[in-house]
Design a protein around this ligand. Structure first.
Ligand code: SAH
Length: 375
């Protein structure tokens, strides 16, 4: 006899009002949904039966219709510098990555928003695999949930009493978050919801390659920090490095950024700038960047290029990066150099590549093979 499998509702990633409607639909009071949220997100509990201050029959009922399901871990790698990288299963064939970067006073989780990416930035390894699919809200939220649980299991000490190992979340992993707006926005809300992860808006950063209309939309929807991948001072070069620039050139992009800050009452925007030897790292280009940024609440984050197999670019020398930074600082533009972390496990910026799991071997061990997926 063929019994159809019942589909359990995954509560992870459900926006507060939806979770409340779900709980009320089961015949329970609204405040139960807040208790449930607190168990799920504040205490990281994944089993209903362990939620001891919920009524026994409510827990049993939940177990019949719902679940708390995160992406599955395929492999875990630890870098000599403490950085961790997890490969997570999206479905039977596709996987994506997240990275945890511990520092003295914080723990930053870099999460993915898509499997692959459609934007084709010429210096990014994710771009090489093309676009596969958007991650769901549950898969985006599930990354933070899972990392907190895994780090706790490892005994990672929180930075302050009651604090989680993950204190900051950055959407700087695989994918263009604003191209997955519908699923990303509810996830951002849960990161900042005081009944859920309760992170302050300055600790949740979305990084975009510059989807201008979505920056305007984001300004209306949610209040998080914004990072923008600039990488070039002029349109000709940016067209080459970040092809979406042909649709939304620099002047338009910057206007959207200043609008975002005005709407959000934000402090500043971080512009990411990958340092590519002989391409965008000359003192004259630093002067041009300073001209774009003058008088604006902007910070430049200079990222030494992280190479990957097959790339035609090279990392700028430390002296060139320092010189670039000095030129900016002399012109009153705040600039920092991003310390490269986790490069021994290919976990540094731009090195995250999706994998196709070789199912025959994945079951036996954890062999993964990289393949190209056409968009
Ligand atoms: N799509 C989003 C977020 C993902 S990339 C965006 O473009 O902002 C996160 C950051 O890493 C971006 O600034 C991106 O330009 C940068 N990056 C990509 N490839 C890189 C590489 N090989 N070396 C250093 N930084 C890289």
């Amino acid at each position: 006899m063929n019994v159809p499998a019942t589909t359990l509702v995954n509560l992870l990633g459900l926006p507060g009002p939806q979770l409340q409607a779900f709980v009320e639909g089961m015949g329970h009071k609204a405040f139960r949904s807040r208790q449930l949220m607190s168990w799920m997100y504040k205490r990281g509990e994944g089993q209903f039966e362990a939620m001891t201050d919920l009524a026994k029959d409510f827990r049993a009922q939940l177990g019949e219709v719902a679940e708390i399901r995160t992406p599955e871990i395929v492999t875990t790698q630890a870098s000599a510098d403490g950085t961790r990288k997890w490969l997570l299963r999206a479905d039977s064939a596709q996987a994506f990555e997240m990275v945890f970067i511990p520092e003295d006073d914080r723990g930053t989780l870099c999460i993915s928003s898509q499997v692959g990416c459609a934007l084709d930035c010429s210096f990014c390894s994710t771009a090489q695999q093309g676009f596969n699919r958007n991650l769901t809200t549950a898969e985006i939220v599930g990354q933070v949930w899972l990392a907190c649980r895994e780090l706790e299991k490892e005994g990672q000490t929180p930075y302050a009493a009651g604090q989680r190992a993950v204190t900051n979340v950055v959407l700087m992993g695989m994918g263009e978050p604003l191209a997955n707006f519908r699923n990303v926005v509810p996830a951002l809300r849960l990161f900042m919801d005081d009944h859920a992860f309760d992170l302050s808006r300055r600790r949740v950063t979305l990084s975009t390659s510059g989807l201008v209309p979505q920056i305007y939309k984001l300004a209306e929807e949610v209040n998080c920090a914004l990072a923008v991948s600039l990488h070039a001072p002029d349109d000709a070069l940016r067209n080459e490095l970040v092809p979406i620039n042909k649709v939304h050139p620099i002047a338009e992009l910057l206007e959207a950024c200043w609008h975002y800050l005005d709407e959000q009452n934000g402090r500043s925007i971080t512009f990411e700038y990958v340092m590519l030897e002989g391409v965008n790292d000359s003192p004259a280009q630093a002067v041009a960047i300073a001209r774009l940024m003058r008088g604006q609440p902007a910070k430049l984050n200079l990222i030494p290029f992280n190479p990957f197999p097959g790339t035609r670019y090279r990392r700028s020398s430390p002296a060139a990066i320092q010189r670039f930074r000095d030129e900016l600082l002399q012109r009153g533009v705040l600039a920092t150099i991003r310390r490269t972390r986790g490069d021994d496990i290919d976990a540094a910026c731009g090195q995250l590549a999706g994998r196709v799991i070789d199912r025959t071997t994945a079951r036996l061990g954890s062999k993964v093979v990289t393949v190209s997926v056409q968009p």
